[in-house]
Design a protein around this ligand. Structure first.
Ligand code: NAD
Length: 303
């Protein structure tokens, strides 16, 4: 023994919330529903509209189509050139709305420059809007009568549920107030009885707010924004951000290595929220097909 006493440093790493594994389970659990619909004469079908040649969008669409195939959902890809106009997109949407064999319609965003995205989203029949972006579906969520909850927020909530995070009475902080992620996540956390604070680009002293969070959801789009000293020890951290670094690496909004040493549970990027988003899209498409089945009643018309 030397005179130096060995000091034991205990580093407790957060448990990893494995979105890839949870999403695989969700997808597997959806297969019997697709089969039952098929037995009732309904081939659950998702139409995916992709305008332009954005490489990231192409990858997203490919992944969505592949996930559909895996659970037996039929997909119909509508590929349009970058020069597509709002009017042309409206025409495509009108056709898909009228097609009784299509249950879900997804328009991959972003749309080419010059296209009026809101007008296109507004044109999707709300009962086929499996992305949950149509104002009617957004309004229903806010009114506490959700139909299609948009896929990423639904995925965040499912991850929290599968991880058995107690939300009732918890303090939750959401970073980002976008209409598609931050705001619906905040609404869903509120509905689950958490006390929710939404932060955004004008929030002063972000760390002071984030340190109050038992549950911290980051949806900003800035790599490494959330550092270890901004996280309350033992917090659950959900990283929605997807950022491509110059090196080509894909990272979230959270400094994963640093925050892992402070949080009790954390989602990785990739392999956290991303796979859940796609699983929730499939779930919404099945929901749309089931609604078609029940609206068909006993008339028995094939569709
Ligand atoms: P957005 O650009 O629409 O919104 C970003 C939000 O962050 C805004 O509300 C803005 O006010 C806020 N913000 C900006 N700087 C901030 C700061 N310093 N502190 C706090 N808030 C700040 O983005 P979005 O569409 O909501 O997406 C957010 C991130 O989530 C992006 O990285 C996106 O790629 C990712 N995303 C991931 C999935 C998925 O499936 N995992 C799905 C959708 C979006």
């Amino acid at each position: 023994m030397t005179g130096t006493r060995a000091r034991q440093v205990i580093v407790t790493a957060a448990s990893v919330i494995d979105g890839k594994a949870i999403a695989a389970q969700v997808r597997a659990d959806l297969i019997p529903d697709v089969t039952a619909l098929r037995d009732a004469g309904i081939i659950t079908t998702l139409a995916v509209v992709l305008a332009g040649d954005d490489p990231a969008s192409q990858v997203y669409v490919r992944n969505k189509v592949r996930a559909c195939e895996e659970v037996g959902i039929a997909s119909r890809r509508v590929l349009l050139p970058s020069a597509t106009t709002t009017a042309e997109l409206l025409h495509v949407i009108a056709e898909l709305n009228a097609d009784a064999t299509v249950h879900g319609i997804l328009v991959q965003l972003p749309l080419p420059r010059g296209v009026d995205t809101d007008t296109v989203i507004d044109a999707i029949a709300p009962e086929k809007d499996v992305d949950g972006f149509h104002p009617e579906n957004v309004g229903r969520l806010m009114a506490g009568r959700p139909r299609f909850v948009s896929c990423t927020p639904a995925g965040v909530m499912r991850l929290l549920a599968e991880t058995r995070v107690v939300l009732s009475g918890a303090t939750a902080v959401v970073l980002g107030r976008s209409r598609t992620v931050g705001q619906p996540v905040a609404a869903l956390l509120t509905a689950a009885d958490a006390t929710v604070t939404v932060c955004h680009s004008r929030t002063r002293d972000l760390g002071a707010v984030t340190r109050t969070a038992d549950v911290l959801v980051a949806a900003v789009g800035r790599p490494g924004l959330v550092k270890a000293d901004m996280v309350k020890p033992g917090a659950v951290v959900i990283d929605v951000g997807i950022n491509r670094l110059e090196s080509g690496a894909l990272v979230g909004d959270v400094d994963y290595a640093g925050v892992s040493a402070v949080a009790s549970a954390i989602t990785p990027v990739p392999g956290g929220v991303g796979p859940m988003t796609i699983a929730m899209l499939l779930q919404n498409t099945i929901l749309a097909a089931k609604a078609r089945l029940s609206s068909r009643g006993d008339r028995g018309a094939p569709q």
